[in-house]
Ligand binder design. Structure first.
Ligand code: ADP
Length: 500
């Protein structure tokens, strides 16, 4: 059998192609950024053609670096920025509109309208998600309400729609129109129960069924299709793994048991907990329920997901707006030059607070400032705020899932910060572990594809690849932890109800 598996990782700001060997180690890697388009306030678009062309470039570049050809690759997996929607012509393959990105809020009035009709309860019941602009469905509604020609063409069956994974699989293969259960679970159009597009949801969002892709398992021995010989691989390889990026990281971290959790520290934080094969809906703290993965025709596994809006982004803000640090890495050095936060607490509620507070009118605050406080304290308080926000999400998840978290697996750019990780362990009162391979998103997509073709035999084999880079155990007393967490809650209360 061929010796490697390839993963296409189409993120929000860049795309990459990563080649993994049988031990799950990175053999070669190439990355390319794409343009972010902001045509109006609140609008965010990508050019689907640019994304596809960049994918072709990174595939060729990584294959050259590794010195491999198509026959060396046993399978291809795809992972992607979730929720972003593309609409293209079925015959020509040309997009009929720029991709509307997950951050885009142009459909806010559509979501408010659906809420005012009281339909959001039913939507949450079926999809595990709140009715927000973030998810794909209302973006399609917006396109059809605002560009009538697209509605007519969609109804005639001339157009195809899909999230970025679907657009890429269509281009990689001879036009297979496919998505996986994890990506479909972010559209607001799939029922978690049936794992199929749901007529009632399609009716609410006015989306014609025929434009949507077929929903398949995340790891599919039936394979989605073979790569085209005329495509970037210049050969035929099975495309058979597909996962949304956060679910891919959960798989890459081998969180296959109920209660297993990973937190990705990037611009924001995304915490996912495997909750097993039964759907659980959070009734009180607003955790999302989402499909974690489905391997072959095994039952799907579900996850709770909680997000922190400003994590690494707060560190960037310290650097670019406050100019208190020169680089993100310097935050670690400065924070360690003081023994504590000096009583200062920072709440980065720049655009409100997500789970479990869900306060859109909260705004950022720095509290507890005295003449004793210096730059190092402030930097420390910003790093601590990332950890406190994560603690809030973990506690809400524990409550909803009736499981106690004993270990948190971490990844993402900011997880390189040892002070941040130690503080996380201290404030959580649980161990925090960081793997050697931080490319967990790409690795998850590679695992899904490799499992489908028997390159790897089962999840137990994958678990053996997981190697620890560093482990952080709680070092502070329970009293100190409780007292810091309760000060944090007071700081949160100061940030609430600020904006009109
Ligand atoms: P994304 O995928 O969301 O773009 P990454 O995983 O690449 O994010 O991580 C980048 C983010 O992590 C940035 O917001 C940056 O400020 C933050 N970051 C990177 N390195 C560090 C560090 N050593 N300490 C704290 N934050 C960091």
């Amino acid at each position: 059998m061929s010796g490697f598996v390839g993963a296409i990782d189409a993120g929000t700001t860049s795309v990459r192609f990563v080649i993994f060997d049988h031990g799950g180690d990175v053999v070669a890697f190439a990355q390319k950024e794409h343009k972010q388009h902001y045509p109006q306030q609140g609008w965010v678009e990508h050019d689907p053609i640019e994304i596809w062309q960049n994918i072709c470039i990174v595939i060729k570049s990584a294959m050259e670096k590794a010195g491999v050809t198509a026959k060396d690759l046993a399978a291809i997996g795809v992972t992607n920025q979730r929720e972003t929607i593309v609409l293209w012509d079925k015959m020509t393959g040309v997009p009929v509109h720029p991709a509307i990105v997950w951050q885009d809020t142009r459909s806010d009035k559509i979501c408010s309208r659906i809420e005012s009709e009281g339909l959001h309860h039913k939507i949450k019941e079926k999809t595990g998600l709140p009715t927000r602009t973030y998810f794909s469905a209302s973006k399609l509604t917006w396109l059809f309400e605002n560009i009538p020609e697209l509605k007519v063409r969609a109804e005639k069956g001339e157009l195809l729609a899909g999230t970025i994974d679907s657009w890429l699989i269509w281009n990689l293969t001879e036009g297979k129109h496919i998505t996986d259960v994890t990506n479909a679970s972010r559209t607001l159009l799939m029922s978690l129960e049936s794992l199929k597009w749901d007529d009632e949801l399609l009716g609410i969002f006015k989306v014609p069924r025929q434009i949507l892709p077929e929903i398949r398992p995340s790891s599919d021995p039936q394979i989605y299709g073979m790569t085209k010989k005329s495509g970037p691989f210049a050969g035929e390889i099975p495309v058979c793994g597909d996962l949304g990026d956060q679910q891919a990281a959960l798989v890459g971290q081998t969180c296959f048991n109920v209660g297993d959790c990973k937190n990705t520290y990037g611009t924001g934080c995304f915490l996912l907990m495997n909750i097993g094969s039964h759907i659980k809906l959070d009734r009180t703290s607003g955790m999302l329920t989402t499909v974690a993965y489905q391997f072959a025709d095994n039952p799907p596994q579900f996850a709770f997901e909680g997000a922190v809006a400003f994590a690494g982004a707060a560190v960037q803000w310290l650097r670019d707006n406050m100019r208190l640090i020169k680089s993100a890495a310097e935050s670690e050095i400065l924070a360690q030059q003081v023994s504590d936060n000096g009583g200062s607490y920072f709440v980065p509620a720049f655009s409100g607070l997500f789970a479990p507070h869900w306060q859109s009118s909260a705004r950022g605050v720095w509290v507890g400032l005295t003449s004793y406080i210096k730059r190092e304290h402030l930097v420390r308080s910003v790093l601590e705020s990332i950890c406190f926000q994560t603690v809030d999400v973990v506690r809400a998840m524990e409550k909803e899932s009736h499981t106690d978290l004993s270990l948190l697996k971490v990844d993402g750019g900011a997880s390189a910060n040892n002070f941040l990780m130690q503080t996380q362990a201290d404030l959580l009162g649980s161990r925090v572990v960081r793997p050697k391979i931080l490319e967990t998103t790409s690795l998850g997509a590679a695992y899904a594809a490799g499992l489908a073709v028997g390159f790897w035999s089962n999840t137990d084999e994958l678990k053996k690849h997981w190697q620890e880079d560093a482990r952080f155990s709680p070092r502070i007393s329970e009293d100190t932890r409780n007292s810091m967490n309760s000060r944090w809650q007071i700081a949160i209360s100061k940030s609430l109800n600020w904006a009109d």
